[in-house]
Design a protein around this ligand. Structure first.
Ligand SMILES: [Zn+2]
Length: 411
């Protein structure tokens, strides 16, 4: 034990006192002392209780970071760039918060140009050396902790290490967020399946990354992410990638979440889905789906803060009301009408069909077996008005369209 202390002392001087304190307090045994020590290395910077308290007395400062930028565009599929998807979604989320006096929100990139907002750009330029020093100190501290087995290296998912310029910007955002007392940092991303060779990959669904448990913002972030996950899973199926099982993934290395203890505020990185999923591919569906993901994200965050009151706008969707016209049937892909139809059938409790989940039958805007089955059930439910003695055919036209408009159309 002494050996560890001395080695540690040699590397990170000041922490010795902390360890002695833990020892003299008699809680040296195993995990407790270890946790105490880690707690002192990465002191708690934010708690869920304080955050909730702040909500009642002051505005919550939320920074929304649309993943990637004009130079480093992230993943792409066909003509769709991740950096554009994240920009649109971030600003749609922001539009909800801008109408809510309880929040002060900032989006890291400009809605029109996609470039970093002026104050951040200035910060990157004017504080370049400070940011680099901030990054180096954080990385060095972590290296030492790992070298002496205080923290074991834990790579959740193999990634290409962030290019140095990207790493610089992410550390810059963290430093800026710390200095500006940002309460919550929300990073917006769309996933990709690294191994895909065709335009479609193997996995679907969403996931939320949070800081690894030893970091000072970890507990509050996980608490926040849990509510977010529980709400979003009613709109999008959880990721089917085995490493993302459970939906909330702790990550040691993501700078966005404050790796190496570089961020004080609550942090969550949401991968809203895989870039090749039909709801993002087809332009007619992409826009309403973006609006819906934004609305559900806003609703989830409100629910997190409004815990005391009952469910916050539960069951509401931005996809309805909708006015259907024309025919919708099997094979209609990339249609906003089908997306709204799926949302309406979901409200009726018929979509996804019995025994199926949003993983099998996502809100996709594409009319396949899932939608056809659900339309049949809808026709059976309203048989008197819709079928006139005919067999339910799973096709939306005539009386079925009329009934949908009556129930879910604009008043
Ligand atoms: Zn990304």
């Amino acid at each position: 034990m002494m050996r560890i202390i001395f080695m540690f002392l040699a590397c990170v001087g000041g922490l010795f006192a902390v360890y002695v304190f833990a020892t003299s307090a008699g809680i040296v045994s195993g995990v407790t002392a270890f946790d105490n020590l880690l707690g002192s290395i990465f002191p708690v910077t934010i708690s869920a209780i304080d955050l909730h308290k702040a909500y009642t007395t002051e505005k919550i400062k939320l920074l929304i970071v649309p993943g990637h930028d004009n130079e480093y565009e992230g993943s792409e599929n066909h003509t769709i760039r991740e950096s554009d998807l994240t920009l649109a979604l971030a600003h749609s989320i922001d539009a909800h918060f801008k109408k809510d006096a309880r929040f002060e929100t900032i989006v890291a990139r400009d809605a029109n140009t996609g470039y970093y907002m002026t104050s951040l750009q200035k910060y990157f330029t004017e504080h370049r050396d400070d940011i680099i020093a901030f990054k180096n100190i954080a990385q060095k501290k972590m290296e030492v902790l790992k070298a002496h087995n205080f923290i074991s290296s834990n790579v959740a998912i193999e990634r290409k290490g962030a290019l140095s310029e990207i790493a610089f910007r992410l550390y810059g955002i963290n430093k800026w967020a710390n200095e500006n007392d940002i309460d919550i940092i929300l990073h917006i991303h769309f996933n990709d399946h690294a191994g895909r060779v065709t335009r479609t990959g193997k996995y679907t669904g969403f996931s939320i990354y949070v800081p690894e448990h030893q970091y000072g913002n970890a507990d509050a972030s996980k608490d926040f992410a849990r509510v977010l996950f529980d709400e979003l899973k009613n709109t999008v199926g959880p990721s089917t990638m085995p490493l993302e099982r459970g939906g909330i993934i702790e990550d040691q290395e993501l700078i966005a979440l404050g790796s190496n203890g570089s961020l004080k505020g609550v942090a969550a990185l949401i991968e809203y889905g895989y870039i090749y999923e039909p709801q993002f591919i087809y332009s007619a569906v992409r826009s309403p789906m973006t609006q819906e993901l934004a609305f559900q994200t806003y609703r989830a965050i409100k629910k997190y803060f409004e815990k005391g009151s009952s469910a916050y706008m539960t069951g509401q969707t931005s996809l309805l009301p909708y006015k259907w016209s024309g025919v919708f049937e099997r094979g209609a892909n990339g249609s906003a009408g089908v997306l709204a139809l799926q949302a309406a059938l979901k409200k009726e409790g018929l979509y996804p069909p019995q025994g199926k989940s949003l993983v099998d039958c996502p809100l996709s805007g594409s009319f396949g077996v899932c939608t056809e089955l659900a339309v049949r059930s809808f026709q059976q439910r309203y048989a008197d008005e819709v079928l006139a003695g005919a067999w339910p055919n799973g096709r939306v036209d005539g009386a079925t369209t009329k009934k949908l408009n009556e129930l879910f159309g604009p008043r």
